[in-house]
Design a protein around this ligand. Structure first.
Ligand SMILES: Nc1nc2c(ncn2[C@@H]2O[C@H](COP(=O)(O)OP(=O)(O)O)[C@@H](O)[C@H]2O)c(=O)[nH]1
Ligand SMILES: [Mg+2]
Length: 361
């Protein structure tokens, strides 16, 4: 016999699966289909999606990401099934003020990596494009020729309403790409402090992109973004004052000590013409080699894993354990007692946790 929760979860699984299935066949999901879908089919379909996605089937990967975004429990199933395959992709964070040319630069880099035969994931996190809509469309058009390449996966995080917020959804998308044979993952975010993504902890190499004529670009860089760059890119090298910007950034870098033996590089590019892209790809390679051989990478990795486990445990509590607890009879009883002022919420919480611990052995 399945417990109520297990049955509920299976129904949920069925809902998501039926939904994706129906979307694929180009129809709207109908309730009848959802309810009649046998539980075993849903699990089989999830397995099939996982199987297809590890062969870098872009459609399957996109479906897995959507399911993970919308359903906490299946998200855990997906991430734990894929976990053993993660740890191979190299993640590049690209951050900087809007209009600096990040998306254009990513397209140029992606083309370069494709020429070398690497598979690419591009994740665009831009909370501003949800408001204007325009920026996203622009990115899409520029990325159009890449989008038809089966070895390039592009996902925009801008317009989705994710369970647990955009930062978590972005991390998940990166993990799923990592597990599905993606060599380089490029994550575009708007300048530090403007999105809630901690790009430094997500990426192995962080590029800070700026451009001359954006106004107070150096001032903008000073505010928190200076510390996170492994490589600084002054894009739009075709414009005036490029060398002045390079010089200013360079002198700021020379004033601070190298971090983990790495002194950031400063480069200029023209993302439209492709000038400087080879040098940029080389600088990224150098930083990759530096990071891979330094002790720091191993230490950082252990620290990252510790945080991942703690984070996963926290999310498990919040998304699943607490939800389960809230649906028990004992919980309802405590609420009734609190209503009658016969108990306080703090004692109830403590007793519930004690009971919950006991029930888990
Ligand atoms: N002149 C010039 N324009 C560029 C260059 N790179 C990007 N752009 C243009 O700058 C604008 C903003 O680029 P985009 O990649 O969307 O910037 P993002 O907001 O940082 O992602 C677009 O109109 C690009 O065509 C460059 O190297 N030179
Ligand atoms: Mg952009």
């Amino acid at each position: 016999m399945l417990s109520f929760t297990e049955r509920a979860v299976n129904v949920l699984l069925g809902v998501s699966m039926a939904f994706t299935f129906k979307l694929e066949s180009g129809q709207h999901p109908s309730r009848d289909v959802i309810v009649r879908l046998p539980v075993s089919t849903s699990n089989t379909m999830l397995k099939a999606l996982l199987r297809r996605s590890v062969k870098h089937d872009r459609r399957a990967i996109a479906q897995l990401m959507s399911i993970a975004e919308n359903d906490a429990r299946i998200r855990i199933k997906i991430l734990s099934a894929l976990y053993e395959r993660t740890g191979n992709a190299y993640v590049i964070g690209i951050t900087g003020p809007p209009g600096a040319g990040k998306s254009t630069l990513i397209s140029a880099l992606a083309k370069r990596y494709r020429e070398e035969g690497f598979s690419i994931g591009i994740v665009a996190v831009d909370p501003t494009s949800q408001v204007t809509g325009g920026a996203l469309l622009g990115d899409r058009i520029r990325m159009a020729d890449l989008a038809s390449d089966p070895k390039v996966f592009i996902r925009s995080m801008a317009t989705r309403g994710q369970v647990g917020g955009i930062a978590r959804a972005t991390e998940d998308v990166v993990r799923i790409l990592d597990a599905t044979s993606t060599d380089y993952i490029m994550v575009e975010t708007v300048g530090a402090g403007q999105s809630d993504i901690d790009i430094k902890s997500l990426a192995h190499t962080t590029l800070v992109v700026t451009a001359p004529g954006l106004g107070d670009e150096i001032q903008a860089l000073k505010a928190g973004i200076m510390e996170i760059g492994d490589i600084f890119v002054v894009n739009k090298a075709d414009k005036e004052n490029t060398d002045k910007s390079v010089q200013e950034i360079y002198s700021m870098i020379m004033m601070s000590e190298p971090i983990n033996g790495w002194r950031p590089h400063v480069l200029k590019t023209n993302a439209l013409s492709g000038e400087g892209i080879t040098a940029l790809a080389q600088a990224i390679k150098q930083h990759e080699e530096h990071t891979r051989k330094s002790d720091q990478m191993k230490k950082a990795q252990t620290e990252r894993l510790r945080r991942e486990v703690l984070d996963a445990a926290k999310r498990y509590f919040e998304d699943i354990a607490l939800q389960e607890l809230a649906s028990t009879e004992a919980f309802a009883k405590h609420v009734t007692m609190i209503e009658g002022r016969k108990e306080d919420p703090y004692t109830a919480a403590r007793l519930l946790m004690k009971q919950w611990k006991k029930s888990r052995g």
